[in-house]
Design a protein around this ligand. Structure first.
Ligand SMILES: C[S@@+](CC[C@H](N)C(=O)[O-])C[C@H]1O[C@@H](n2cnc3c(N)ncnc32)[C@H](O)[C@@H]1O
Length: 279
């Protein structure tokens, strides 16, 4: 854990570099499949051209970084992430490639060279910064003037059936506190006006927002999906007595069964495709 971070991102480093990140690395195929329906739109927004130098922020296990480097042709792609187990998976397919690289780094403070990138993109990797303005200032500094920014970020929890439905099952009737608006987490970029304020303060042009809705895949069948969901949301069961825990798991299984489709277990999800340029 010698990576240079903003101390305020220490909890995120702990989560992504150990427990949660290890689980994501073990289930890399499932996680990549869960979100891949958004890739075409994200890559379209990124507008990568031959020769571009691309940065993938919070690249995880790297499928988007790989797609980016293919589009960049003679250019390059760099994936940065806090999670060494996820980067280890990403690096497996980068072996031998001269124009694809991965670095364990906190994108909020990493000393990128000024104007090092033509394109900065991220698939659900920019919602966890403790200080959004500082992080996007750092990313702006790393982008050449006129360079493109393309982000995929979740819309609100209320607009994401997968989150609402699964957490309702697992909370077993308990009221759970919601994080304050903007706090680091999956829904911290749900409010377009707040995101626009952050990006313009950081030196990006007024961003555009396109609402996207796609099914999110949780696995081929209920047992696989249950294991996947408990790896991500199992913390909701911590501290429950046996009876409540059994009730929560039954509710989860019933919910997963109700979402079994011919193509696997799938829930509705909704995201913002955010596009801007460095000014
Ligand atoms: C929801 S995952 C998305 C991973 C990947 N982009 C994907 O779509 O599969 C969020 C990722 O952001 C990374 N992350 C969170 N905070 C970060 C930071 N400050 N700097 C770099 N990466 C960060 C996490 O380690 C994690 O891999």
């Amino acid at each position: 854990m010698s990576v240079q971070i903003d101390p305020a991102n220490a909890d995120q480093l702990r989560a992504w570099d150990t427990g949660e990140g290890v689980f994501w690395a073990e289930e890399a195929d499932l996680f990549e499949h869960a979100l891949h329906r958004y890739d075409e739109a994200l890559l379209r927004q990124a507008g990568i051209q031959d020769g571009d130098r691309v940065l993938d922020v919070g690249c995880g296990t790297g499928s988007v970084t790989e797609a980016a480097v293919r589009l960049a042709g003679s250019g390059t792609a760099l994936g940065v992430d806090l999670s060494s187990p996820m980067l280890a998976i990403a690096a497996l397919s980068a072996a031998g490639s001269e124009n694809l690289a991965y670095v364990q780094a906190d994108a909020q403070v990493h000393p990128f060279a000024d104007g090092e990138f033509d394109v900065v993109l991220s698939r659900t990797g920019t919602m966890f910064f403790a200080d959004q303005v500082a992080a996007f200032k750092n990313l702006r500094r790393a982008t050449r003037p006129g360079g493109r920014l393309a982000l995929l970020s979740w819309r609100s929890a209320a607009e994401n059936e997968w989150f609402l439905s699964l957490t309702t099952a697992l909370r077993a009737g308990r009221e759970l506190p919601s994080p304050p608006p903007g706090a680091p987490g999956p829904f911290s970029q749900a409010d377009p006006s707040a995101v626009a304020e952050v990006l313009t303060e950081a030196g990006f042009a007024k961003p555009g927002f396109e609402a996207l809705d796609e099914p999110m895949y949780f696995g081929p069948d209920v047992p696989a999906a249950e294991q996947f969901v408990l790896g991500v949301l199992g913390w909701l069961l911590v501290g429950l007595d046996d009876e409540t825990r059994t009730r929560a798991l039954e509710a989860l299984r019933a919910d997963l069964e109700a979402h079994q489709t011919a193509g696997g277990v799938a829930y509705a999800s909704s995201a913002w495709l955010i596009g801007s340029r460095a000014v």
